[in-house]
Design a binder for this molecule. Sequence first.
Ligand SMILES: NC(=O)c1ccc[n+]([C@@H]2O[C@H](COP(=O)([O-])OP(=O)(O)OC[C@H]3O[C@@H](n4cnc5c(N)ncnc54)[C@H](O)[C@@H]3O)[C@@H](O)[C@H]2O)c1
Length: 289
Amino acid sequence: MTQLHPSQGKDARGAADAGGGASAGVPARGIPQATVTRLATYLRVLGALVEADTLIVSSEELATAAGVGSAKLRKDLSFLGPNGVRGVGYDVLRLQARIENALGLDRGHRVVLVGVGNLGRALARYPGFDRRGFTMAGLFDNDPGVIGRRVGDLDVRPVADLETGARELGATIGVIATPEDAAQHICDVLVRAGVRSVLSFAPIELDVPDSVEVRRVDLSVEMQVLSFNSARNDELVQASGAAHPAALGSPRGPRSSAVSTSSTARRTKTGKPGPLGSAVTRNGSVIAP
Ligand SMILES: NC(=O)c1ccc[n+]([C@@H]2O[C@H](COP(=O)([O-])OP(=O)(O)OC[C@H]3O[C@@H](n4cnc5c(N)ncnc54)[C@H](O)[C@@H]3O)[C@@H](O)[C@H]2O)c1
């Protein structure tokens, strides 16, 4: 029987409740938010492994590729119940399915995007969402010059139709890519349409009922974090009296993009080399809570 650890820190309400209710099998309540973020990273690594027909991955390889310690990885995965086999590793497909289930991805999500400008068009055309279970189902804008245009596989619809459109489309996630002065109104309309998960690029706080989960993407926050980490790395290098690793051309350490060439990562159905050495970056999150 699947056993979950007791709740630690902030629960992963958003991950499992996007679209309403946890998936059958792995109740996601009680999984800390930080673990949820890392689960998404593990999922990305596992996706690369599946594409390379890799069958088994060790916790060390998965941890390195995801940029975390293997103890933390094992702890994170323990929230999903028993997984790997000691001395053998994780069944890649099985672990992928379990994480998808925990993140509520196994039933798929239908996404509506509002604001089909520079950013919105790029998002609407991005094929990667579909591969990860997010179907772009509707595009909405208020500009008559944009309405009716074909972007990706969809025609842009008038924002006046958003409430009925989102409901008819069964949207579970709403993406806001409008200017900030329109964002709260758009968010309210999405909520009225029954959307319970909102991803906003607009640089303002959104007011929503408790039942609605909002994530804001702010790339400048990510750049600030990069700037801080870079300054800290320089200080560490100076303090240790060593030359900067980049200057030496030395391999990147465990905090950088993961490279793994050991045996289990290379254990594929086809005998192809495993993908961990090239496909996976360390964090990848651009989400600012
Ligand atoms: N978070 C980040 O890292 C980041 C990065 C870039 C942009 N942004 C933000 O993303 C948003 C979009 O940026 P952009 O460069 O694509 O802008 P843009 O001006 O190119 O596009 C905005 C689109 O929203 C539409 N729009 C305006 N009001 C609307 C309304 N009431 N209903 C429906 N559609 C409406 C416009 O017609 C336009 O098509 C902005 O809020 C911007 O600040 C965030």
